[in-house]
Design a protein around this ligand. Structure first.
Ligand code: NAD
Ligand code: ZN
Length: 386
């Protein structure tokens, strides 16, 4: 079974042949767990131009190695593995520098070339915008460059704790690194989704003096406050988020992280679809961060922005000496071994955001519910075993 896209809000669970090895560096995996991510909704809504009917979606998955190509050294049949959401070759200039998400060999998207000068790495299940690779919302996946893109998981780490090493655990950690989060610093995070909440937890573990989380969804803010120990601001209730931050931190926060959904900031929708027409995005959240961050503070943008923006408060950036950093798609491979250890030790519990379990044949209903944000769906674990 696979989850395939056919049109706007039309995804179907479809029988498909088990993929075959096509390169000696390929690994075929039998998937044991996958999930759906906020960014899959942009595909669901047909906001990406490069979608083709029959595309298999899904960029976060784990499984058991079923077959390996002749050049594979690091994994063997039967190993439990998690896959990184990005597909890196492991041997180009960027891969060698540890910047796997910037791999130069696995994506030749002409849209990205036009927008960014050079494309970033290919992604599982993200259409021809990102290399055209079949995704992991399926029972079997072909993993290119398996020695680079699969991490072995020890038997005592259950699937629920390993799956999110594919993306959101390293991504949220990378966001805190890019925002210069350190012991004793204060941090403000826009967005209490999986990325924002995990970034809040990593900030706490790093010894941040205060972590402020901004959102409008009550259950998410409750989790940030009660489970992670953050201060929270509900932007539906506080008309001025910046003032609310200064009330808590009179000098401004040392670090800011934009982990909000691009749906609200219009990033990907307007960015990719209208790239050629130079349509612009809103800089609202970035401007709040520029105002709320202390002089010579740092801001990391981990939320996906795709193209142009206007009304960007460049004056605050310059006059306050702020460092504004894009995280890129996070280089998962740079972090995942170390972060697996923190999961193993119990220091970081990925299941704090796990809200639901589904089975692969319920994927269509899952997309519908996830799209409507029904019943407080935060992050789900989708089983592919019967
Ligand atoms: P999500 O949609 O679950 O959560 C985003 C949250 O932002 C929501 O709870 C929403 O209410 C909140 N929000 C919206 N507008 C806001 C505003 N003005 N101020 C404060 N909060 C606001 O998303 P997620 O899965 O946590 O992902 C967060 C972002 O990170 C997305 O843009 C996603 O595409 C991006 N992402 C980036 C990478 C990477 O490698 N760079 C990887 C994964 C996800
Ligand atoms: Zn590479």
């Amino acid at each position: 079974l696979t989850l395939q896209w056919y049109g706007n809000k039309d995804v179907r669970v479809v029988e498909a042949p088990v993929p075959a090895i096509t390169e000696p560096t390929d690994v075929i995996c039998k998937v044991t767990g996958t999930t759906v991510c906020g960014s899959d909704l942009h595909l669901y809504h047909k906001e990406i131009m490069q979608l083709q009917a029959g595309d298999i979606l899904g960029h976060e998955w784990m499984g058991i190695v079923d077959e390996v190509g002749s050049e594979i050294k690091n994994v063997k049949k039967g190993d439990r593995v998690v896959a990184s959401f990005q597909i890196a070759c492991g041997s180009c200039k960027f891969c060698k520098e540890g910047l796997s998400s910037m791999c130069d060999k696995t994506n030749s998207s002409s849209v990205q070339e036009k927008l960014y000068g050079k494309p970033f790495a290919g992604l599982f299940g993200y259409t021809h915008f990102a290399g055209g690779f079949a995704g992991g919302q399926a029972e079997y996946v072909r993993c290119p460059f398996g020695d680079t893109n699969l991490l072995k998981i020890p038997d005592h780490v259950p699937d629920e704790k390993a799956l999110f090493l594919s993306d959101i655990i390293p991504t949220s950690y990378h966001a805190t690194v890019c925002a210069d989060v350190e012991k004793g610093k204060s941090v403000a995070i826009w967005g209490a989704g999986p990325i924002g909440l995990y970034a809040a937890k990593w900030s706490k573990l790093a010894g941040a003096s205060r972590v402020i989380v901004i959102d409008r969804v009550k259950e998410r803010l409750d989790l940030a406050r009660d489970t992670i120990g953050c201060d929270v601001i509900n932007f539906d209730e506080e008309s001025d988020v910046v003032k609310a931050i200064y009330k808590l931190e009179p000098d401004g926060v040392d670090c800011g992280i934009d982990a909000a959904a691009f749906r609200y900031t219009k990033g990907l929708l307007h960015g990719i679809q209208r790239a050629v027409g130079l349509e612009t995005d809103s800089a609202e959240i970035v401007n709040e961060a520029l105002q709320a961050v202390r002089k010579f503070g740092t801001i990391a943008l981990v939320a996906d922005y795709a193209a142009m923006t206007n009304q960007f408060l460049i004056g605050a950036l310059m006059e306050k000496g702020i460092t504004l950093r894009g995280t890129g798609q996070a280089p998962v491979q740079k972090y995942w071994k170390d972060l697996l250890k923190k999961v193993e030790s119990g220091e970081f519990d990925p299941t704090i955001i796990l809200s639901h379990r589904f089975k692969i044949d319920e994927f269509r209903e899952l997309y519908e519910a996830f799209d409507k944000k029904e019943a407080g769906i935060m992050k789900v674990f989708v089983e592919t075993r019967f």
